[in-house]
Design a binder for this molecule. Sequence first.
Ligand code: IVH
Length: 674
Amino acid sequence: MSIPDDAPASVRREVDSLREQIEFHNRQYHTLDRPRITDAEFDALLAKLEELETRYGLQSPDSPTQRVGSEPLPGFVEVRHEIPMLSLEKAFSEEEFVQFETRTLKRAGIEGAIEYCCEPKVDGVAVSLVYRDGVLERGATRGDGVNGEDITHNVRTIHDIPLRLEGSDLTGTRIEIRGEVFLGKQGFAALNERAREEEDRTYVNPRNTAAGAIRQLDSRNTARLPLQMYCYSLGVAEGLDLPETLFETFDLLDQWGLKTNADRQLCTGADACLEYCRRLLEKRPDLDYEIDGAVIKINRLDLQRELGQTARSPRWAIAWKFPAEEKSAKVLAVDFQVGRMGTITPVARLEPVFVGGVTVSNTSLHNMDEIERLGLCVGDTVIVRRAGDVIPQIVQVIEQGDERGEVEMPKACPACNSPVELDGDIQYRCNAGLICPAQRRQSVGHFASRTAMDIEGLGEKLIEQLVDSGTVKNVADLYRLSAEELAAFERMGPKSAENLVSAIEKSRNTSLPRFLIALGIREVGDATAAALAAHFGDLEPLMNADAEALQEVPDVGEVVARHIREFFDNSENLELITALREAGVNWPAEETGTRDSLPLAGQTFVLTGTLERLTRNEAKAKLVALGAKVAGSVSARTSCVVAGESAGSKLTKAEELEIRILNEQEFMDFLERS
Ligand code: IVH
């Protein structure tokens, strides 16, 4: 490494001046949207500064050169939050909010109205920033609230985050600031426009995009996105006199040059808070950021401290969640999709609308009865609703189109032309099975999916080509594919072909539950597959079990038992199983024993909220495999509730009934121990 030249005073002055100029232009560009110089002129200033810093060893963590991103890190470092980052209790109605405020006042022994700080609940990602002596030292994600990930390299690229706090001398202080990192609506739209043009892709919604950007190992990827941050609280605060209220804390954050949300408001009493929420809901479409509710917090910090917190959330704040968002859109067409089991589902193609945080252009109409219930024709304008992470739904026709195209179920399958038949009262089906290319494609996709054989690199487009060219007629054919053969398909290079062949090779050694899922037996998902494997231990006893024996397995009722029997009574399915075994697919026998000897036998679990590291089905499968029952609602018989992020009424009920509650981390530890 070359030793930097000693910096003469004139160079130091030039470096200071360049830093000031760059910060000034950064602010003009990123905050005020009023650039004073061209991008090229800006780049020249930055290049000059970079050169001087390198030559004279004058790099500094608060220099604007730190904002452009740097070489990728090998991995994330875990950080522990000195003060846990909690989540918020939720109210879904005015009534629930009033109950919260009555309860809180009673607990605090206060009569009469108190002050609340009301803020928009920005739909982004919670981030913690630590400044030592006023200089940004560390940025971290919330993680599970106790442990997060070090994302300092990424937060440095966000222009809303000062690298050094402004204002008074902060020597000797250590200050943690918390807030929400997000992508504004305009920033997201511009990003998508660029992505569409340059990469032929679009991002689904601002929240997920921001969450992905903040967890990049290569901070140059983060720097490309116009991330913003609104700060809303102080965590650790050493060497500092704290204000008395939250509202004054916001003033302090502003003075330090951090961004705070100007749409906050001080409200006295519950009615004023509710009025704030109603007005915020009206203003929602005009805000330049996505929100999913309001946060109402007690303003006095001494009262906050007195009220304290539960394991999950503070007792002095509540999130008022907005109802589902609705938008109108025109129905351009109704297509019919063939599912893996041959079910034919009408799907509405819509004029794209941004609703509830995502762009919706297709939505399932479920069945013909639903179309009749809605009275829907092509050309009509409908209301599309989306709440939280729920799949968007058409709720109503609001305007009939000028030229209305009536929707009719096709007589022949749109994929294979076989006759379409009514199965039961409302479901239409193509019974061609694996002769139908649509069903073949989907069964291959299902076979390769993560919870089944987990074959990485076998995407939808390739499956389509493999099936349509006749190369793969059934899933056993996958095990005969060579890298040369695969490399000949569109968008496949020799390297990805080789990777795919090794992924297929790897999938040969699997487990019985995975294999059962992969077979695609009707209504046998992760949890049932785990229960079947634990009960029968291997495939043969399962294949030979009659309906009665099958129903001894938890999770298996009369209907599922019938589907399982039908599957194993079908000679084509038996041939396929033989072919897969001959291709080398194998699994170790599962440990059996009566389920009573399993560690969680006799216990009933309820899963609620969103888990970050497991899907609901994966969590259920793990519990069932350990002998537990998984129920849908909380009652006195519930042994334990697993509460993920945004858990709602089930969690409240569990707290009331004093049932054991595990958060995600505790649940993961518990699974490991069980
Ligand atoms: S206060 C102790 N204020 O909502 C709770 N949170 O479940 C501290 N959020 O993870 C949070 N806007 O990421 C607070 N104005 C706001 C917020 C806000 C968004 C997020 C935050 C947190 C989640 C609460």
